[in-house]
Design a protein around this ligand. Structure first.
Ligand SMILES: NC(=O)c1ccc[n+]([C@@H]2O[C@H](COP(=O)([O-])OP(=O)(O)OC[C@H]3O[C@@H](n4cnc5c(N)ncnc54)[C@H](O)[C@@H]3O)[C@@H](O)[C@H]2O)c1
Length: 265
């Protein structure tokens, strides 16, 4: 039985994942962490019976509950602090929250080397999205350039998305497309028109109500383009990847990044 503390339990992802996790026979949610609805029974969050477990914003309460694993769906302002706390507390952590900077990621990678806990950072739990990244990396060798368009709901706090950054990193490891943001004879007449620039790739971020999580990776070469597109149309798309991560964490090293660590093509 895996004992899990769910961080960001009152948010959209937290509630959605909670409603599926509580149905699993090999998992028990033993604590819920959030800055809102403190003291609310977590059963109420999913419209179920009272569980006796109350939402807390106190890390000490989490420690007392003795979880085997933390799953973090908080957000960019607090996720880094939570990871460092989990490492110090010798608790494994699967991180779904996005918005970690490169420097923070490097610090976590270093810190966890000397620790007893595991950190698994998964910017996207959607298996389809992970395959999109892996297939993009495969296609990169055969094209002259590539740009990414990522589209998310208008409540998303960070841009570009963690998945877009992960895609640019994966492609850049395979092929270096652009040494600088602009070609020598290129200029923006309106600032930002060429989007962001990460790992040699332009990324364009769209935020609109009505969207959930979507990404197109567009490759171009003479006379042809290839578009690899993925759409998450419902938060349930993230659950199979989350449960895969939970059940396979034991076979991963102390630090892993991306669900790719568990998927073979
Ligand atoms: N990995 C994935 O597959 C995946 C999928 C969707 C969203 N996300 C990421 O998950 C995170 C949460 O997304 P969401 O849509 O549920 O957002 P949300 O805003 O609905 O939920 C975030 C929750 O975290 C809580 N929180 C924020 N700061 C806190 C703090 N300082 N202390 C305690 N609790 C705090 C909020 O109160 C809220 O309940 C985001 O970073 C998002 O980008 C990841």
């Amino acid at each position: 039985m895996k004992k899990i503390a769910l961080f960001g339990i009152c948010g959209k992802m937290g509630r959605s994942m909670l409603s599926e996790l509580i149905l699993e026979e090999d998992i028990r949610i033993i604590a819920g962490f959030d800055k809102i609805n403190i003291g609310t029974d977590i059963g109420i969050l999913t419209g179920r019976e009272i569980s006796g477990i109350k939402v807390t914003d106190n890390h000490e309460d989490i420690k007392l509950a003795k979880p085997d694993l933390i799953i973090d769906f908080t957000g960019p302002e607090v996720v880094y602090k939570n990871i460092l706390w989990a490492i110090d507390s010798k608790i494994d952590i699967i991180v779904g929250a996005t918005g970690l900077t490169k420097e923070e990621l490097d610090n976590v990678r270093e810190k966890v080397k000397k620790s007893k806990s595991k950190v698994f950072i998964v910017p996207n739990f959607s298996i389809g999205a992970v395959l999109m990244v892996m297939l993009s990396s495969l296609a990169a060798s055969y094209f002259e350039n590539c740009e990414i368009i990522e589209m998310h709901h208008d409540k998303k706090k960070d841009a570009p998305s963690g998945t877009a950054i992960a895609t640019s990193i994966a492609i850049n490891e395979k092929k270096k497309f652009n040494a600088s943001k602009f070609l020598t004879d290129e200029k923006e007449t309106v600032e930002g028109s060429r989007g962001a620039f990460s790992d040699g790739i332009h990324i364009h971020s769209i935020r609109l109500p009505g969207l959930l999580a979507h990404q197109s990776v567009i490759f171009g070469s003479k006379g042809q383009t290839l578009t690899i597109r993925h759409d998450s149309i419902d938060r349930s798309s993230f659950y199979p990847g989350l449960i895969l991560a939970i059940r396979n964490l034991d076979r991963l090293p102390n630090f892993s990044y991306g669900l790719e660590a568990l998927i073979e093509i």
